[in-house]
Design a protein around this ligand. Sequence first.
Ligand code: ADP
Ligand code: MG
Length: 249
Amino acid sequence: MSAVVARPGPPVVELDDVVKEYPGGTRALAGVDLRVERGELVAIVGPSGSGKSSMLNLVGTLDRPTSGRVAVDGYAVADLDDRELSALRGTRIGFVFQHFHLAAGVPALDNVADGLLYRGGSADGPARGPSRRERRARARDALERVGLGHRVEHRPHELSGGEKQRVAIARAVVGDPPLLLADEPTGALDTASGAGVVGVLRELNAAGTTVVVITHDRDLAGSLPRQVTMRDGAKVADTGPGTGCGGAR
Ligand code: ADP
Ligand code: MG
């Protein structure tokens, strides 16, 4: 299935000459270009401090660049005010982090359902968010998609690390965002659990979600269709658009 070339529409991610300097003068990104097409599955690799998380935060509109252009799903971040930006983020981007960030003591179902609370509007205009009943029904679906249909009432402390990360992934995709961003999602997991989490990311990608995943794991990165390598705030290698959607390359 060559969905990448077949599907119309703007790239999901566009970075043009993006610079990020933090207060104090650290230049985390020194002019990065990146384009990710719909349906891709991309690994971002590189040593600690090379700018991977800074880049993902910009792609996720959690931060604004010092200079350069960032566009997500065709929307230029610079053209949006903070309210529009949070609507864009809430409807089009899912996030997964190394340490899960689940609410303690809260059942998996509600942790996931809460992922729909930030969908009060859309980038195209205001829209009302789903009811609690609908949120929970969609959360159950999302947990089934990540293989946790039998754990909906479990609280985070009753789940393994791999299961916690699956809950976090379910929360990230419960609103069906076109783009899923994951920053070291296997960094806190043993090899087998990490492989399971990567399997889930692959399945989501095969079902149409564009996935960008930061990883330290060379084997994992090498198994994905495209690798972008960062060093000292610059993109030093890029294997280019793969077939994505589970295709081999
Ligand atoms: P990576 O994810 O590849 O480890 P980061 O993007 O986190 O790299 O960091 C890149 C550089 O920017 C590092 O030198 C780091 O110390 C610095 N940095 C990251 N976040 C901040 C911040 N909020 N304030 C100041 N410096 C930061
Ligand atoms: Mg990082």
